[in-house]
Write a protein that binds this ligand. Structure first.
Ligand code: S3P
Length: 446
């Protein structure tokens, strides 16, 4: 058995092309929401394709601790018996959110308008991340917080017993903040309005509507306005979770970079609020084709056929950032092998993800021999024009799953291999990453 208390280093080297068909696990954002909404709906929610990664399991444990019944019978379908809107119970221990910012911020919203007190704790990475972006609007709705210095975890939340609706204009382009306010609004009498100057992923709005929430979305003076009228009952649903485009991203870039690759990634979510990476890679010359486009449970899905391609550096439009916010680490790797310069700007948010992804990626890429300049809000990368990177390591991943997987992809496109200091964080979002990579390198069918 693997000793999970010790770092698990691994070297990724040039190998066989990626061929055949693979299926990445379920979307992390949608999985969290399916469990949370199921937990506050009346009746049963059945979820197929749920991501069984550590972050989502942390959400499931939290919902159980607050009264929902959640089971996973042998058929792989998750069953959630909810408590109804306003029905969450006081947890009798601190809620451990592990590495998961999404669990923490969305749950603070959901719990913030219940008359209960909850303590949120997390790992070293999560305990560094800013929570004031959520505590501020929730305080306006009546919740109280005792946060650690800098507005961080550990944090005690005292939910509002008579919450008030607010109109809130998002100061940062964050689906987590938007969702926290909307989830707080579910148990708030009256209409809460969230105004998004820049559109972010809309899984909360799509799924809440499916559960029966009273929710409207309008375009107003170039902004997106979301109106949610609270105290409407939600009803349990059957949810099918599509494959995660943020996990597919590592396979898309790997197939583009490794000569001889032709890989189909099946059943990937192509919600337009998530597909920035595919647009940017296409603009760089990437051969990515959507096949079999269909609708799965209110979300658009396709199979993506990706062929090895010669990439050219571009200036990435900052406006595309929210639709690929988690994909920049692996885009930087693609840029390191493109011809010419790739410039990215407007990425301040990357400094407050699971790690400071601008600083950590700049150091990691330097370490493997790429030419990179770190700016305040982006990276400028001079690519090799397709020549493999020299390689190197060990890469410090700082408890950040996406740094580990992005640099693993760099290893596949390197002469000397890339050593990752610890692959354990990958289990937060993509526990089958290494097995799927081996499957694609063996050219097997999914
Ligand atoms: C997420 C939103 C994004 C993203 C995160 C998942 C979500 O965070 O980085 O991995 O599920 O709402 P922000 O909303 O903070 O940008």
């Amino acid at each position: 058995m693997t000793d999970t208390t010790q770092p698990f280093p691994r070297t990724f080297s040039t190998g066989r092309p990626l061929r055949g068909r693979v299926r990445v696990p379920g979307d992390k954002s949608i999985s969290h929401r399916a469990l949370m909404f199921g937990a506050v709906a009346l009746g049963q929610t059945r979820i197929t394709g749920l991501l069984e990664g550590e972050d989502v399991l942390a959400t499931a444990a939290a919902m159980r601790a607050m009264g929902a019944q959640i089971e996973r019978p042998g058929d792989g379908t998750w069953r959630v018996d909810g408590v109804g809107v306003g029905g969450l119970l006081q947890p009798d221990h601190a809620i451990d959110m592990g590495n998961s910012g999404t669990s923490t911020r969305l749950l603070m919203g959901l719990v913030g308008t219940h008359a209960i007190t909850a303590t949120f704790v997390g790992d070293a990475s999560l305990s560094q991340r800013p929570m004031a972006r959520v505590t501020e609007p929730l305080s306006l709705m009546g919740a109280g917080f005792d946060s650690s210095p800098g507005g961080r975890l550990p944090l005690i939340l005292r939910g509002a017993s008579l919450p008030v609706p607010i109109t809130y204009r998002l100061p940062v382009a964050s689906a987590q903040v938007k969702s926290a306010v909307l989830l707080a609004a579910l148990n708030t009498r009256g209409t809460t309005t969230v105004i998004e100057p820049v559109a972010t992923r809309d899984h909360t709005e799509r799924m809440l509507r499916g559960f029966g929430a009273d929710l409207d979305v309008c375009e107003e003076n170039g902004d997106r306005a979301i109106y949610l009228t609270g105290e409407a009952e939600l009803t349990g649903q059957d949810i099918v979770v599509p494959g995660d485009p943020s996990s597919a991203a590592f396979f898309i870039v790997a197939a583009l970079l490794v000569p001889g690759s032709e890989l189909t990634i099946e059943n990937v979510g192509i919600n337009p609020t998530r597909t920035g990476l595919v647009s940017v890679l296409r603009a760089m010359g990437g051969d990515i084709v959507e096949e079999n486009v269909r609708d799965v449970g209110g979300e658009p899905v396709a199979d993506l056929r990706v062929r090895h391609s010669a990439l050219t550096g571009i200036a990435v439009d900052p406006a595309v950032a929210p639709s690929m916010i988690d994909e920049f680490p692996v885009l930087f790797v693609a840029a390191a092998l493109a011809a010419g310069t790739t410039t990215t700007r407007g990425l301040d948010e990357l400094r407050v993800k699971e790690s400071d992804r601008l600083a950590v990626m700049a150091r990691a890429l330097e370490r493997v021999g790429a030419r990179v300049t770190e700016c305040e809000d982006g990276l400028v990368i001079e690519g090799t024009g397709g020549d493999p990177l020299p390689g190197g390591g060990p890469i410090a991943t700082h408890l950040d799953h996406r740094i580990a997987m992005a640099l693993a992809v760099a290893g596949l496109a390197s002469r000397g291999g890339v050593r990752i200091d610890d692959m354990r964080p990958v289990a937060t979002s993509f526990p089958t990453f290494e097995a799927l990579l081996e499957q694609a390198q063996a050219g097997e069918q999914s």
